[in-house]
Structures are given as C-alpha cells and as structure tokens.
Design a protein around this ligand. Structure first.
Ligand SMILES: Cc1ncc(COP(=O)(O)O)c(C=O)c1O
Length: 437
C-alpha cells in the first residue's frame, strides 16, 4: 500500500480515486473472498504477464498474414499458435478472434439463419444465455427464439418432445449448452433430428470449455454438433474472450467472414498471448484441473445438502459440471441470499431456476455456484465442506455475516497461489497483480 499511497498522493483526485477503487477491488476479490461465480476464473501468473504486452495497443484486422495493417508479424505468429493449440485440444479448427462468447454466438447465428428464421433454444429459466434470447443477440439478428422443451426435474432437454418440435418447426439451428448447466445435453439425439430437417446444431460451451479440454465433459463435436462457441474465461481459465470451433471447413470459413467484418474490427490482440499460454497450460494440466473441479462441485453439492440446503439434481448425483444449483426460497430467495453471502465475503449470483417464471429475474428462487476458481487456488473436497458450513452459518443459522466475513478472509489467506500451471521463478511466480497491487 505504501507505494500506491505515494503514487496516489501525487495525483489529482479524478485519477487517484479510480486507482484507489481498483486497488480495493483487487485486494478484496483476489485475496479476501471466496468466489463462487460460475462464469469467472483467474489466469495463471504467466498468462497474466503475457496479457500485459504492447499488443494491447495495436490493430490487426483480418486473418493472420492477410491483414489490413502493417506491423503485425509477431501478432500473426501468436494468433496462429493460439488457434493451433486450441485446435489440437478440441480436434477442430478454431478462430480466436471473437472478443467474447456473445460475439462468437452472434457470428455463428448470423451465418446460420437469415432474419425472420427460427432457432430452437432452451428457455431462459432453464439456462439459455441472454445472447440466445429475443432480448439479446438473437433478437438483434431478428431470429425467433422457439423454446426447446425442457425437463425441470432432470435439469435437461426433454429429448422426445424436442425431437418432435424440431420436426414440426424445422428451425435453422438448435442451440445446446447453457448458463445453468449441471448435466450434459443429449447432443447426438438432437443432432440427428436437426440434421434430418437441414438444421445445424450450435453447442454453446461458454461454461464447460475447460472441462471439455480437460476431458471431463463430452466434446460435442464428437457427438454431431456442427459448431461450438465458447468463452475463454469460465472453466477455461484464460483471458476474457471467445472462440468458434468447427470441423466443417466450409461453415468455419463462412463464420470467419462474419466475425470480421460484422462483429469485430480490432480483436483485442493482447488476449492472444495469454490465450495461447493458457491453452499450453491446459494441454499439460487441464485433465488434473478438470478432474478436481468436477470432484469439488459434487463435494460442495453433497455438503450443502447435508447442511440442510435444497440442492437441485439430487437423484442424478447433483452435478457433473463445475456448477451447483441451490433453491434458496426457504432462506428468503436468491436476491437476499446472494446479498447476505456477499456481506460474508462469499461471492455468488442469484439465478432463475427452471420452474421460476421468467419475470422473477430480479428475485429468483436460486443461487448458482461454481467451484472452478477456488479449485485453481488449490481447494479440494475438504474445503468445499468448509464453504458449505460458512454458507449455513450465514443463510440458515443467520449469524452476523460480518463476523463470518472475517473468518472467510482469514481462511482465504491459505489459498492465493494459482495451481495447474507452469512452475516459474519469482517475481513473476506471484503474478503481476501481486507485484502491482
Ligand atoms: C451459455 C453462455 N453463452 C454465452 C455467454 C456469453 O459469454 P461472454 O460473457 O463471454 O460474452 C455466457 C456468459 O455467461 C453463457 O453463460
């Protein structure tokens, strides 16, 4: 803090205030809280270092070695390597230019469906992302969202009814994968039905990319999906961004022509070295990491149930992904539970459950939890049981969250080093964030 106090002391308030909040954010979120947001993660120290390069200032419109700008020779080499490494891990061609999962979805949807066509996608309460809906990307592209039949009890697509609907509606494409995602979707069955009516299958792996790469989740491209989109920063612990992957050359090329120039111009080049470093780490450590993520999620679900919480999916073993979903209506609902937990330094998000009405979005019944980030910091099954106890004290025993927060901060001190990454020497071993903040 001393260094920063000196720096801020010499700055006008407009800049000093922003730096102070940034510093406080870093301290709090990185070193004092237990983060259970299912869509977040942290990069390794090496990837963070690679992220902070001069590439953050440059442009490279177009494809590697065919750019509209000069000065891109090293960017080209890095982008080719990032795409190649991810391609090896997924057994597909990969385009790393979408700057987010949403941008990846937009590019794919634009290519697969003209305006006024139809797409079959799960309802929002069942885990469709906003980019799959009329309020988001799908609506912006004037594609109609037809709700895929969903089985709330099994937290999965209702295959028989979905197949029938595909035959009746004959959509341009079907989307599988989602934001609330406990069990693998039936890709093969849906792909067969979709292909029979000339529809394509898009698999949105935003949440499970890291589990697919780590071989703890089926690769949808092996099961008939035509194209996969993903974020690169959820279970895949890379920089914030997106990818498109496909084994269909022709389709892949058409999507590439939509990414640029329709949806990105500059594709935030500083992501690319960090993405390539993360892909290399996942090549060597991805299986061990994904294995522990899946074990931890199951352990957290079991521990929460044992503490008295209503955890979804019990008859199916609670979860096979990084997520755990809890119905917290007995604890006052999702909004209240998430707020109380935040006061206790446990960060979660309120979430619609499949049986909620869609307009319950401000105070839904559920909490969605993800264990991937805490797994990266070395937590194992025993830690999941400790987290469940902290949550019980706040939400069931109604202990003062501030008191629990102090214990959570103390607890977190033991878990600040990122695992499943290359072993590098100090000072970079501690990460640029710790060096800077
Ligand atoms: C299923 C799904 N698809 C797409 C996205 C969008 O990803 P991004 O935030 O990278 O745009 C998300 C984000 O949470 C998601 O859950």
């Amino acid at each position: 803090m001393g260094y920063w106090e000196d720096v801020m002391g010499g700055l006008p308030p407009e800049a000093a205030e922003v730096l102070r909040f940034t510093l406080m954010h870093n301290r709090w979120r990185r070193f004092e809280t237990i983060n259970l947001i299912a869509s977040e993660n942290v990069m390794s120290p090496l990837a963070e270092a690679a992220y902070v390069s001069d590439m953050m200032h440059r442009y490279a419109e177009g494809k590697p070695f065919k750019r509209y700008y000069q000065g891109t020779r090293y960017v080209d080499e890095v982008e080719v390597r990032a795409a190649r490494l991810l391609g090896e891990l997924l057994g597909a061609e990969v385009d790393p230019r979408p700057i987010s999962g949403t941008t990846a979805n937009a590019s794919v949807f634009r290519v697969l469906a003209p305006c006024n066509s139809k797409a079959l996608i799960a309802p929002v309460q069942a885990g469709a992302h906003v980019s799959h809906t009329k309020f988001g990307t799908l609506g912006a592209l004037c594609i109609e969202h037809i709700e895929m039949p969903y089985d709330a009890e099994n937290m999965n697509v209702d295959v028989d009814r979905a197949v029938k609907m595909i035959e009746e509606v004959r959509p341009s494409f079907v989307v599988l994968g989602g934001s609330v995602y406990l069990f693998p979707h039936p890709v093969r069955e849906i792909a067969e039905a979709a292909h029979a009516v000339g529809a394509r299958v898009v698999y949105d792996a935003a949440h499970v990319l890291g589990l697919i790469v780590g071989k703890r989740w089926r690769n949808p491209l092996d099961h008939g999906a035509d194209v996969m989109t993903a974020s690169t920063h959820k279970t895949f612990p890379g920089p914030q961004g997106g990818i498109v992957a496909s084994r269909d050359r022709e389709l892949f090329k058409r999507i590439g022509r939509a990414i640029f120039p329709y949806f990105v111009s500059n594709h935030h080049l500083h992501r690319l070295p960090a993405l390539a470093v993360t892909a290399a780490e996942m090549k060597y450590y991805g299986e061990a990491y994904a294995d522990q993520v899946v074990r931890n999620a199951k352990a957290l679900a079991e521990a929460l149930a044992a503490e008295g919480f209503r955890v979804l999916g019990e008859h199916l073993g609670y979860t096979r992904s990084h997520q755990v979903v809890v119905d917290v209506r007995p604890q006052g609902g999702g909004a209240k539970a998430a707020t109380l937990l935040e006061e206790a330094n446990i960060i979660t998000n309120k979430n619609l459950l499949p049986y909620d009405p869609p307009d319950a979005i401000k105070d839904p019944s559920g909490l969605r939890l993800g264990v991937q980030e805490m797994t990266r910091f070395g937590m194992k099954e025993d830690n999941m049981r400790d987290i469940a106890r902290f949550m019980k004290r706040v939400l069931i025993d109604r202990e003062d969250p501030k008191r629990v927060a102090r214990e959570v901060t103390e607890y977190r001190r033991e878990y600040v080093e990122v695992r499943y990454t290359f072993d590098i020497e100090p000072p970079l071993k501690d990460g640029v964030l710790r060096l800077l903040f």
